[in-house]
Design a protein around this ligand. Structure first.
Ligand code: GLN
Ligand code: ZN
Length: 749
């Protein structure tokens, strides 16, 4: 048996977030395009060298990006919607990513069940000439450093199409794309590339079976080029597609053995003798070190099949984990020693490959096991949380009055109440405050006083703008999940653990490592400060359990549902405290509910049941007169509308503007009976919407809903925007609402 180590992609943001910094400088006109591209080249070269030095034998290359790798492939393949064709080069690329005055960006949505977002390709009849020069240049450059180890990473045409908005029929587009892929593969072959990875994660989706013929057509055409193809899948098992995927004319197939039932499928159907198997065994989506006693038996089982050649590799691209856990010096040693980021995962891959080859790795195995033993002693279970969970009753998940009965006791507001989603701009000044506080240059009192100045200014502004329900602005929060995790025990935080969320936006997901406990109120102080400054209602602002869970790295020793309930109990106490402090409206953001859905629909109901229960556990403690809001973004609601209703929030505000009211349509057509905040403009774009645009969005939006059910708000929090964008946008939003109110009043008279 031939064993090699391999990778399927690497973090691409730079160890010190160099790419983000360069991008932002470029966008604000402080950096030339050449300097930006140079930073990207340096970042990828450093990535390649790290993988080379770790001893990886087949290194995935070409996944580095200026914004998003899916956008890169749309761009290279000439899938350029008409509205962007007026621009060229980088201007076109960033117009597609971020929009321009009057030219909306491509839609952004979650990449499978991860917290990464990609730009949704739009495919119309006209395809512009393809241009692979940037990709080919990158591959040649990689060859000078990595030689034969270079394995170019291509996004497969079926996955690209499956994720696109396509106006034509799929067969037609595939036949247009095939010659482009053939052309690229031929060029790669001429460069002397030995094998190409084609990533087709769409093969694990619930509907993949219905794509069988498309896959067969595509791969039989591509195999004619004569360059070995490595079909890569991840994030779940192949399900019913397994038998025919094995027959596709490719040299190697990669499967994810960290999620789903691929091992069972392998046992049931075997593996073709003439192909190589890529064994995705090091979890690319979580940061825990492997446990040899769990992983090695799986590898031995796989080894029992008569497979001639194996690659040992991470389960997917390592873009979902940070660079290097060794840099997290402030974490307790017992915890740090069981963490594994990208660099550590490379070592694990090499170590496992050696183990499978039969080399003696006993010393490494013992040291891994001993790390885990020490960690377990360091972080034992918490008795009080365990008992509270055990004694939960169905009444704890149920508000005391149903929606229809509690509605009249809640605050009275004008028709089409206006509000925002929570955060206001995190200006350099605000970020600076936090940095100085962390460094000890500001005392807690000084820091809080400075935050309070921001709160006061934002309340004054919101009153001037005549918004109806105000927010404090979230100036004290770096991030909606990190902020809560930092105050709960059981969470750990990294200093350098950044991963890309989209474009230049990176997050540092917290690590859940132990039982979750709230020791003190988390948001009550800032709420009180804000509410004391205005007669208008200020929203209490919390992040809901499933979002905290989904945007953190979870534990792997207990179920996700149990972790969600632990977080819910902590939030439940916070809801009660906010209410006691006078909050009439409490928003509990659950933007990640949809993205946590398992990729295969058979597993949805189990997930949705505990996920909605967790939200209810956190909020059902509220009195009938307290209005509970939730907020969700970037999601297709169509298929989970009943579950959203089951959350039993009084108001939900949604992202709606990038998908031209589709979300609202789904909600209304699904018969949603509670109130809905219509996300009337896209906060991800720096363009300020005009009153007319918002009015139009509102007017088409209200068509199907009882007017009393509609709220008006931006489609997400405003923390990434500048005040100069926020103020005129909100002014226009309130103005449009007033016009609409007067129109409705006229028709009613
Ligand atoms: N309240 C949060 C904010 O305004 C919600 C953010 C989100 O949905 N991603 O920032
Ligand atoms: Zn949002």
């Amino acid at each position: 048996m031939r064993i090699q180590s391999a990778t399927l992609g690497y973090p691409r943001i730079g160890k010190n977030r160099e790419v983000k910094k360069a991008l932002e400088a470029f966008w604000s006109g402080n950096c030339e395009s050449e300097a930006l591209l140079q930073i990207v080249r340096e970042t990828e070269e450093s990535n390649w060298k790290t993988q080379l030095e770790a001893g990886i034998e087949r290194i995935g290359v070409g996944d580095t990006t200026l914004y998003d790798h899916v956008l890169d492939w749309s761009f290279r393949l000439g899938l350029i919607p008409k509205r962007f064709q007026q621009y060229n080069g980088l201007e076109r690329y960033f117009a597609m990513a971020r929009g321009k005055e009057g030219v909306p960006a491509l839609e952004i949505t979650k990449w499978f069940d991860t917290n990464y977002h990609y730009l949704v390709p739009e495919i119309a009849s006209e395809i512009l000439p393809a241009d692979f020069s940037d990709f080919l240049e990158r591959i040649s450059r990689a060859q000078t450093i990595l030689g034969k180890r270079v394995t170019p990473i291509l996004l497969g045409a079926c996955t690209l199409l499956r994720l696109s908005k396509v106006e034509l029929n799929i067969e037609q587009v595939i036949s247009q794309l095939i010659p482009l892929y053939i052309n690229l593969l031929t060029k790669l072959k001429n460069l002397g590339v030995e094998e190409v990875q084609i990533h087709e994660p769409a093969l694990v989706l619930g509907d993949a079976h219905s794509w069988k013929e498309h896959f067969q057509t595509l791969y039989s055409s591509l195999s004619s080029v004569g360059i070995p193809l490595h079909l890569v899948t991840y994030f779940d098992d192949l399900g019913e597609t397994y038998p025919w995927v094995m027959e596709l004319p490719v040299t190697a197939i990669s499967l994810d053995f960290t999620r789903g039932r691929n091992l069972e499928l392998l046992k049931a159907y075997g593996f073709p003798e003439n192909k190589r198997l890529g064994v995705g065994i090091v979890d690319a989506r979580n940061i825990w070190q492997i446990r040899p006693e769990k992983v090695i038996p799986i590898l031995s089982e796989i080894g029992n099949f008569n497979i001639t050649s194996l690659d040992i590799q991470p389960s997917a691209s390592l873009q979902f984990v940070p660079y290097d856990s060794a840099r997290e010096k402030h974490l307790p040693e017992q915890l740090r020693n069981v963490l594994s980021f990208a660099e550590q995962k490379l070592k694990e891959v090499v170590f496992l490959a050696q183990t499978v080859k039969g080399e003696n790795t006993e010393i490494e195995q013992k040291s891994l096991s001993s790390n885990w033993n020490k960690f377990e002693q360091f972080s034992p279970a918490n008795q009080s949380v365990q008992e509270r969970l055990k004694s939960l009753k169905s009444g704890d998940f149920q508000r005391s009055l149903s929606y229809g009965l509690r509605l009249d006791s809640q605050i009275t507001l004008p028709l089409f109440p206006t509000t925002t989603i929570g955060s206001f701009p995190q200006t350099p000044e605000v970020r600076q405050l936090r940095v100085r506080y962390k460094r000890g240059e500001l005392s807690q009192e000084e820091y809080q006083a400075a935050i309070d100045v921001q709160i006061a200014e934002s309340i004054k502004l919101q009153e001037e703008l005549e918004l109806d329900v105000l927010v404090h602005g979230e100036f004290e929060r770096t991030d909606m999940v990190e902020f809560f995790g930092q105050q709960l025990s059981g969470f750990a935080f990294t200093e350098n653990g950044w991963v890309q969320s989209y474009g230049s936006r990176y997050v540092r997901p917290p690590i859940i490592y132990g039982d979750v406990i709230r020791t003190l109120p988390m948001t009550v102080r800032e709420f009180k400060v804000a509410q004391s400054l205005t007669e208008k209602p200020v929203k209490g602002m919390l992040t809901a359990p499933v979002t905290i869970l989904n945007w953190s790295y979870p534990r792997t020793d207990i179920a996700r549902s149990e972790q969600a309930f632990q977080i819910a109990l902590a939030l439940r106490d916070e809801v009660a405290d906010l209410e006691a402090a006078g909050a009439k409206v409490i928003q509990v953001d659950e933007p990640a509910l949809r993205e946590g859905l398992p990729l295969k629909p058979q597993r949805w109901s189990e997930y949705l049941s505990w996920a909605t229960d967790a939200f209810r556990l956190a909020t059902a403690v509220a009195q009938p007169q307290t209005q509970i809001h939730t907020h969700m973004c970037y999601c297709e609601f169509g298929d989970i509308i009943k579950d959203i209703e089951r959350l039993d929030a009084d108001v939900i505000s949604i992202e709606n503007s990038r998908s031209s009211n589709q979300t609202l349509r789904e909600i209304t057509e699904g018969g949603y009976s509670h109130q809905v905040g219509n996300g009337v403009y896209d906060i991800h774009s720096p363009v300020v919407p005009t009153t007319e645009q918002i009015l139009q969005q509102l007017q088409t939006g209200i068509a199907n809903l009882p007017l009393k059910q509609i709220w008006v708000n931006p489609d997400c929090g405003l923390k990434t925007r500048r005040w100069a964008e926020v103020v005129p946008a909100l002014k226009n939003m309130v103005e449009a609402t007033k016009i609409l109110r007067s129109k409705v009043n006229v028709t009613e008279k």
